[in-house]
Design a protein around this ligand. Structure first.
Ligand code: GLU
Length: 457
């Protein structure tokens, strides 16, 4: 059996965000599940917009997410392959040079619209005789090149005839896209650079890509690209187009993508597994759960679980997932990062506070609550004074809180919230937080006494 070959093909024109990471994750999961290969392909033929810093950032983001790749390719390193494929298409009459300027094309489109015709490129350049081409080139015109679609001759002024390109999409089911009213796409610009529609196909053929998994914004491209596969005499890969993410309120995510870059999610202190699990499970029929080891997510992946409806991305859901993940992480898994954050107290402190951390950095906040300085909030001064007088002698352990509050209860008659809440406010200055039974030993008797006396300690 041939190995599956998947690829994630970002253009290095910006930072990766939750939307394109979803594409990366789905490709990666399927490759890992089936023992296939996962290629990182940098679609960097747009010289003006591609930047080396984004190439570096893409690699870093994928590394951080744990989405390792087996092979890396860059389109700018493959120009000779595109030249060779272009020659082959030209030889079979599927690629032709055009000399119109953008203004000329716009004028023609206006005329077509005025006549009630769709503004399809009229293939005028196909009719140019060799000496006419030479004359245009002598005038200083340089050609751009179009791929000749196989779609009847609607372009010659007749009403377009539907020309369906079909494929069985692994997510969307049977697809039939009409290319009858599309213009022959430009696949090479005047400056000789190639466009993605074409380069992607050449790459997918050369790299034996078996599955193209990408967003549904590419569905029309797919129809065109399938014709390029056919024209080059190559086997078609399978296609899977997933829906795009929208914001929780259903609006487009595009406005917020800066804040949803992997870089900013990372800066926020989120765990990579939370981001990957959300990206993997959002918009699928599986419940969204977080795993520190992705094996169950890999095993559970299936194209037919991916919904056709847009996935709703909710940042607060990501935070909740992160909190759920932290609550499961052992001390050993976070010890280094806790130390780097200045958090002491070993496993006992982590276990005392992890359920109260949304991001790992919150542990440092709890460490400051334990070790001070904390400005206490004293409500019910008399009660607090009585409680202070009852503080047990050290050493303190996990039992101290229960013994102490039992004594306070007996002495004051307070119970439930009336007993615990004023003590929490005085000891931590906060309304809520980790279980005091576990936190108290880290506060220690001296600091507890000072705080109960209303002093910052
Ligand atoms: N560079 C293209 C994009 O980012 C790749 C699409 C594809 O996967 O073919 O949209």
């Amino acid at each position: 059996m041939t190995k599956n070959v998947l690829r994630f093909a970002p253009s290095p024109t910006g930072r990766l965000h939750i939307g394109n990471i979803r594409t990366a994750v789905l490709n990666w999961l399927f490759a890992r599940q089936t023992g296939g290969k996962f290629i990182l392909r940098l679609d960097d033929t747009d010289r003006e917009r591609s930047r080396e810093e984004f190439v570096t950032a893409i690699r870093e983001d994928l590394h951080w997410l744990g989405l390792g790749w087996d092979r890396e390719e860059r389109q700018t390193a493959r120009i000779s392959r595109y030249d060779a494929a272009a020659e082959r298409l030209e030889a079979v009459g599927r690629l032709y040079p055009c000399y119109e300027t953008e203004d000329e094309l716009e004028r023609r489109r206006k005329l077509q619209r005025a006549r009630g015709l769709p503004p399809i490129y009229d293939r005028a350049a196909l009719a140019l005789a060799p000496d006419e081409r030479r004359r245009l080139e002598r005038e200083g015109r340089r050609p751009h090149w179009r791929f000749r679609l196989d779609n009847s001759d609607a372009a010659h002024g007749a009403a377009p005839v539907p020309t369906l390109v079909d494929w069985a999409d692994l997510v969307r089911g049977d697809q039939a896209i009409d290319v009858g009213s599309l213009s022959d796409p430009v696949v090479r610009r005047e400056d000789g650079t190639y466009l993605y529609t074409f380069t992607s196909v050449v790459d997918d053929i050369d790299m034996s890509v078996t599955h193209v998994v990408r967003g549904e914004d590419h569905v029309t491209n797919t129809a065109v690209q399938l014709q390029i596969f056919d024209a080059l005499g190559a086997d078609r890969p399978r296609f899977a187009h997933h829906s795009l993410l929208v914001a929780a309120d259903g609006s487009a995510l595009s406005k917020r993508l800066g804040a949803l870059s992997i870089e900013s999610l990372r800066a926020e202190g989120l765990e990579p597994q939370a981001v990957v699990c959300l990206a993997a499970l959002l918009g699928t029929s599986d419940a969204i759960e977080v795993h520190s080891d992705l094996a169950p997510v890999i095993a559970g992946f299936a194209f037919d679980k991916i919904s056709r409806a847009p996935g709703r991305f909710d940042h607060s859901e990501l935070l909740q997932l992160n909190a759920r993940l932290l609550a499961k992480l052992s001390f050993a898994e976070v010890a280094d990062r806790l130390a780097a954050n200045g958090v002491g107290g070993g496993a006992a402190f982590w276990e005392a506070t992890r359920a109260n951390c949304t991001v790992l950095g919150d542990a440092a906040r709890w460490w400051r609550v334990a070790t001070g300085p904390v400005a206490p909030v004293i409500e019910m001064r008399d009660f607090i004074e009585k409680a202070a007088a009852l503080l047990p002698p050290e050493p303190w352990d996990g039992e101290t809180w229960r013994a102490w509050t039992q004594a306070v209860k007996e002495a004051t008659g307070a119970k439930g919230r009336a007993l615990f809440h004023p003590l929490r406010l005085a000891l931590t200055g906060l309304d809520a937080g980790p279980e005091l039974a576990r936190l108290l030993p880290f506060i220690g008797r001296e600091r507890a006494k000072a705080r109960l006396a209303g002093k910052t300690a």
